[in-house]
Design a protein around this ligand. Structure first.
Ligand code: ACO
Ligand code: LMR
Length: 264
């Protein structure tokens, strides 16, 4: 019989051995011929399946909406400072990416985890938020430095509009909105932010598309795929900021003394 040589790596998402590379079994020519977009490529390489058009369109909207948010946010600031220190594209990019985490852009997975758990356990928004407060955990997906109840995040509204029009169900997102209604009654900056909107809506996408088993959804949420959307999206902006600083021939950045409180 055949003797299989032991391998050191197992890989299941792509194959470059044939005439053309395949993503989850789909050859590159078919990806191009069928007019697939980046949402389809993400579906194949991250979720190992072709998703319906409204899902891939939603993924693409997330990528477009999160591509940049100006020069003042943590990621862009780091990238700008690094580019101005004369570093190369990759160094400038990763220095910005390294700021993505629980406070900035990387709260999508935790938002999905906590909203899913609270909704599935039937907690009221009041019980959920107060329970989190008792545990001393800020609700992921809630709160923003500049957005307010009377100055909502347009990105959140656009995502909600798309999902309400195209998704079969938006139950997790509606739950997140109820949580927001409660948190806004406590403080005006505790809006549903873009991480919370994507986290809750991705739960609706996973559950409503009929393309994933319950076990697969649990695995996606547990592993934490969804921050990848922000990382991928924001890379577009961070690369842009790097080029911008180089184009402008900006000198080494030094923070002004006046803006530092020197104290003992
Ligand atoms: N849940 C509950 N209470 C909150 C939350 C929250 N998510 N955010 C703020 N508060 C309350 C707390 O009482 C906080 O006081 P504390 O420091 O004792 O916890 C008080 O509001 C004031 O908080 P600030 O630190 O002044 O708020 P700030 O404007 O600095 O925080 C931030 C903004 C970091 C986004 C915060 O709201 C937060 O941690 N949210 C959860 C993480 C999150 O969703 N991040 C993604 C933001 S969107 C993006 O980055 C693309
Ligand atoms: C972003 O997308 O970078 C923002 O939501 C963060 C911010 O503080 O504006």
């Amino acid at each position: 019989g055949k003797v299989r040589a032991p391998t050191h790596i197992i890989s299941t998402i792509s194959d470059d051995r044939g005439e053309e590379p395949c993503y989850a079994g789909v050859p590159m020519s078919s990806i191009v011929e069928q007019g697939f977009g980046v949402g389809d490529v993400i579906s194949l390489l991250w979720f190992k399946r072709s998703l319906p058009r409204y899902c891939t369109k939603f993924i693409e909207i997330c990528i477009m909406l999160c591509a940049d948010h100006g020069p003042c946010v943590s990621g862009a600031h780091n990238t700008i400072v690094t580019a101005r220190a004369g570093k190369d594209l990759v160094s400038s990019l990763v220095s910005g990416l390294l700021t993505i985490g629980p406070r900035f852009g990387g709260a999508i997975d935790d938002a999905a985890r906590y909203f899913k758990d609270a909704y599935d356990r039937g907690l009221t928004p009041y019980e959920f938020v107060e329970d989190m407060k008792k545990k001393g955990i800020r609700v992921p997906g809630i709160g923003h430095r500049i957005k307010r109840g009377d100055n909502r995040d347009k990105r959140v509204e656009l995502l909600q509009l798309f999902a309400r029009t195209n998704f079969p169900s938006v139950k997790y997102m509606e739950y997140a909105v109820q949580v927001e209604t409660y948190t806004l009654s406590k403080a005006n900056n505790l809006v549903l932010n873009v991480d919370g909107a994507i986290g809750s809506l991705f739960l609706d996408l996973l559950a409503g598309s009929g393309m994933f088993t319950k076990q697969e959804i649990d695995e996606i949420v547990e592993i934490g795929y969804l921050n990848g959307l922000f990382v991928l999206a924001r890379s577009i902006g961070l690369i842009g900021h790097t080029f911008d600083q180089k184009r402008l021939k900006q000198p080494l950045y030094r923070h002004p003394w006046e803006d530092v409180l020197y104290t003992k």
